[in-house]
Design a protein around this ligand. Structure first.
Ligand code: UTP
Length: 288
């Protein structure tokens, strides 16, 4: 079966970005002028996803409004003959079918995914986390879907990380199948440096078999008292195959302040309308 549906969990508290996330979701923080969640939606659409479910929590109205039609704004832009901006605003609301569900309490990523079980039904699906913005010509999710279509089992997006950073990620125990593909046997969430089974880390992209819902239904709260997706994936790896896709692309951890700043600077340097002046400014700043 084709991967047609995707879940974007966006109900976390965004503690690392307080106070900015006190009254607005971290997924709406812009990289240059585009909210991070729009990059994620664009990646899903460019990968062939037809329906997206965003799992929202408190203070998430701004996300719904962003992807909705804004009649007054469109009218104003039309009156002022700002056709380019009008097209930009319209494109956002016409991109794809987006559905919403509320996770009533932030009980963990595993629980957020479980909230989507009725929307997904009995078919494979994608999960994309907003913390990971990945830039590549062939979208990361598309690369994973290509592998899924061959393997017909769950696929996790993985990348090599420096050994001293393993305590920031879910790390996998895996064997190499061929270049760019591994078979995953187990996972460890944020192991201590020196204790990880490999240097392959799970980035925020997953294609999952619907069997994960039965497992999540029985998964007890783990680290931090939250229902962890990693715990459910460990059980899934025992029941059926899971593959890792060593995807191509630069990944930015925009859930972290430094990662967010790096993404902002690099994305701005690629914008024809900003790059010239901005590069000049950065050079002056460094040589001061
Ligand atoms: P994070 O661990 O990054 O949590 O969740 P967070 O609350 O968003 O951020 P910090 O660490 O407090 O700053 C990973 C992903 O899972 C979603 C988050 O929105 C994020 O996309 N999530 C997490 C939920 O949807 N619900 C939850 O209960 C927890």
């Amino acid at each position: 079966m084709r991967v047609r549906k995707a879940i974007i969990p966006a109900a976390g508290l965004g503690v690392r970005f307080l106070p900015a996330t006190k009254a607005q979701p971290k997924e709406m923080l812009p990289i240059v002028d585009t909210p991070t969640i729009q990059y994620i939606v664009e990646e899903a659409v460019a990968s062939g996803i037809e329906d997206i479910l965003i799992v929202t929590g408190r203070n998430k109205r701004a996300i719904e409004d962003h992807f909705d039609k804004s009649l007054e704004l469109e009218l104003q832009l039309g009156h002022k003959n700002k056709d380019e901006l009008l097209g930009l605003v319209r494109d956002i609301s016409e991109m794809v079918d987006i559905h919403y569900i509320r996770q009533k309490e932030p009980l963990g990523l595993g629980h957020a995914v479980y909230c989507a079980r009725k929307f997904i039904g009995d078919e494979p699906f994608a999960v994309l986390l907003g913390d990971d913005v990945i830039k590549n010509k062939v979208p990361c999710l598309k690369q994973m879907i290509n592998l899924y279509e061959e393997a017909r089992y769950s696929v996790l997006g993985v990348q090599e990380v420096p050994p001293e950073h393993v305590n920031r990620y879910g790390m996998v125990e895996a064997t190499t199948e061929r270049e760019g593909v591994c078979r995953i046997y187990d996972l460890v969430e944020k192991p201590e440096v020196g204790q990880a089974p490999s240097t392959l880390a799970v980035m925020g992209r997953y294609i999952l078999s619907p069997r994960i819902f039965d497992i999540l239904a029985m998964t007890r709260p783990g680290a931090g008292g939250e229902i962890q997706l990693t715990d459910a994936l460990r059980s899934l790896a025992k029941a059926e195959a899971i593959y890792g896709c060593l995807f191509e692309g630069k990944r930015y951890d925009v859930g972290d302040k430094l990662g967010y700043l790096k993404a902002t600077v690099e994305f701005a340097l690629e914008r024809p309308d900003l790059a010239g002046e901005f590069r000049k400014y950065l050079k002056e700043l460094i040589t001061e």
